[in-house]
Design a protein. Structure first.
Length: 558
């Protein structure tokens, strides 16, 4: 009996990677919707080859009995390309679409402080730019400290419950900034916002992993961060209108900005309780309908395509907490630390420019409304560049070298800022240079997906997503203190530091790739020394353990 068919009834050969529990696609198999060919038969079987198609390995990767999707798991189940493409589009609309809306709500509440600066926010509250830097720092510290606890809570109670709760709680704090009255209240709300928003991004990444394959997740994460950039555009447009309310009720425009945008997030949070199902086979509810969003066959397609891509996703159910032992085991996973180091450094060369953009434009003579609108062009370019680099990385299959492109993009603009006296050139030249720098192809989506696939277990993925984002937040904390008052207005010292870090990153990416190449080669040597019986015995023993990416049959992506 043939396990795979090119068309229903025709034989399909199996292409197995002996060094990995993942199975290689056949040449010509499309991985993304834009690779569809007119010659592709929609009735051709799309079922990905996996360990479940070999009797010798299937039982070693059997999902646990209490896995929430076990009733839809079927190793013999097959589906067609036509069914898969149609269903993935529905998942994009129903799941990814709302996730993007939630992220936009997060970004609006994070970025509106920048718009508030253009409406004399610091002057009204008698704050200095160093107070502003401190506010950014305490936000990031609390955000960072909340990352891992939030992720552990999410894994325990379920991201479908915890993420909406986060939205509702931080929206209340965001709206309450209407009543800020000085330095103490400013810093207090910054701390609360960081605590409540911390963990949101890794929580969402964990949630999306229930619905998508690894290579699909990276592309969806580019949509995710594109939504952030779209939110920045919307925020600038909203600020353009709302800040004109200055004087209404005797209040500053920035107060109305915080209140109105905070209430918008509250609405999104309330709807999120109804629009986030716990998993692909748990979509039925009073709001989503008694039968849910997907038919039984559609649920089986989603679940079996995901677990065939990564059999470790059946090792924990979606309401299972990460125990202290598993937490420690995940934290000490040294093979993920190269990813954390990249997370700490790769955005630093651009962040100070982004943080100070609105203040810099005001200092160049642009008014409040011009300043907010002038942030839109770089945001649009940034969306295009980020999506393009993510597609190239996944299509080309070279994550490290593609991610490096962002640093190479930034380098000439930092050189310009270091050698040119920016106080003596046209303000439009400074705006153009800064905008082009900030339009760089950000590798964040690539690296989050890269970190996820190199985790290789649900418990490690839960912890590593939080750890990676903690290092990213650490980079923002560092960046927020590079441009200092005593270095204004050219920030020569700060720009030298940014240039040095950018050059360091250009060296760091090849080093990270080399590390993973070496780790894979080391595993190859051990695996190739085993005969068939030894490999079977190894897989049998590993099936009773939870060694994640330390398994000899796992290979790191790079």
């Amino acid at each position: 009996m043939h396990l795979f068919h090119h068309r229903v009834g025709d034989s399909w050969s199996l292409n197995v990677s002996p060094q990995s529990h993942r199975f290689l696609p056949q040449k010509g198999d499309p991985r993304f919707w834009w690779q569809r060919s007119v010659k592709l038969d929609p009735d051709a079987i799309a079922t990905q080859r996996s360990v479940y198609d070999h009797a010798e390995t299937a039982n070693k990767y059997q999902p646990r009995d209490d896995w929430e999707n076990i009733h839809r798991f079927d190793p013999l189940f097959r589906w067609t390309w036509g069914e898969e493409y149609k269903l993935v589009r529905r998942v994009d609309l129903l799941i990814m679409g709302w996730v993007c809306i939630m992220f936009m709500a997060l970004e609006i509440d994070r970025s509106n402080l920048g718009q508030a600066l253009t409406d004399n926010f610091l002057g009204d509250l008698h704050l200095t730019t160093n107070d502003f830097n401190l506010g950014n720092t305490v936000t990031r510290v609390s955000f960072l400290l909340a990352e891992l606890p939030s992720q552990l809570v999410s894994k325990w109670v379920g991201p479908d419950r915890w993420i909406p709760a986060q939205l509702v709680l931080w929206s209340i704090v965001a709206a309450s900034q209407f009543w800020l009255n000085g330095r103490a209240s400013f810093l207090a709300t910054r701390v609360l916002l960081g605590m409540l928003q911390g963990g949101f991004i890794p929580d969402v990444i964990l949630y999306l992993s229930y619905f998508y394959k690894h290579h699909e997740l990276s592309i969806r994460l580019s949509f995710f961060w594109a939504a952030m950039s779209i939110a920045d555009i919307m925020s600038a447009i909203l600020a353009f209108g709302i800040l004109r309310m200055r004087g209404v009720g005797g209040h500053s425009g920035w107060r109305w900005l915080f209140l109105i945008e905070g209430l918008l997030t509250l609405v999104v949070g309330i709807f999120s309780f109804a629009l986030m199902p716990a998993g692909p086979a748990q979509t039925a509810s009073w709001f989503r309908g008694k039968k849910g969003w997907f038919t039984e066959r559609e649920e089986k397609i989603i679940i079996n395509r995901v677990i065939r891509d990564d059999p470790t996703k059946g090792s924990m159910h979606n309401r299972q907490p990460v125990t202290p032992k598993l937490l420690w085991q995940s934290l000490k996973d040294y093979d993920l630390w190269p990813m954390y180091i990249l997370g700490l450094t790769f955005q630093i060369p651009s962040i100070p420019q982004q943080i100070y953009l609105t203040l810099s434009l005001r200092g160049l003579g642009f008014n409040t409304f011009e300043t907010n609108l002038l942030t839109i062009p770089y945001t649009v370019l940034h969306i295009i560049a980020m999506f393009a680099i993510t597609v190239v990385a996944e299509t080309w299959g070279q994550l490290a070298f593609t991610a490096l492109a962002g640093q190479i993009w930034i380098l000439p603009f930092l050189i310009y800022l270091n050698i040119v006296d920016t106080t003596k050139v046209s303000r439009w030249t400074i705006w153009a240079v800064t905008s082009l720098l900030l339009a760089y192809p950000n590798a964040h989506a690539i690296q989050v997906g890269w970190n996820s696939r190199n985790s290789n277990t649900v418990r490690t993925r839960t912890v590593s997503a939080a750890c990676y984002n903690m290092f990213v937040q650490g980079s923002v904390m560092i960046s927020a203190n590079i441009y200092r008052m005593d270095d204004a207005p050219r920030y020569q010292r700060g720009n030298r530091q940014l240039l040095a870090i950018c050059c360091m990153n250009i060296v760091l990416y090849p080093l990270v790739k080399s590390y993973y190449v070496w780790r894979n080669k080391s595993k190859d040597e051990k695996w190739n020394k085993m005969d068939k019986d030894e490999r079977d015995a190894y897989l049998e023993a590993e099936g009773r353990q939870d060694r994640g990416n330390k398994r000899l049959d796992f290979r790191f992506a790079h």
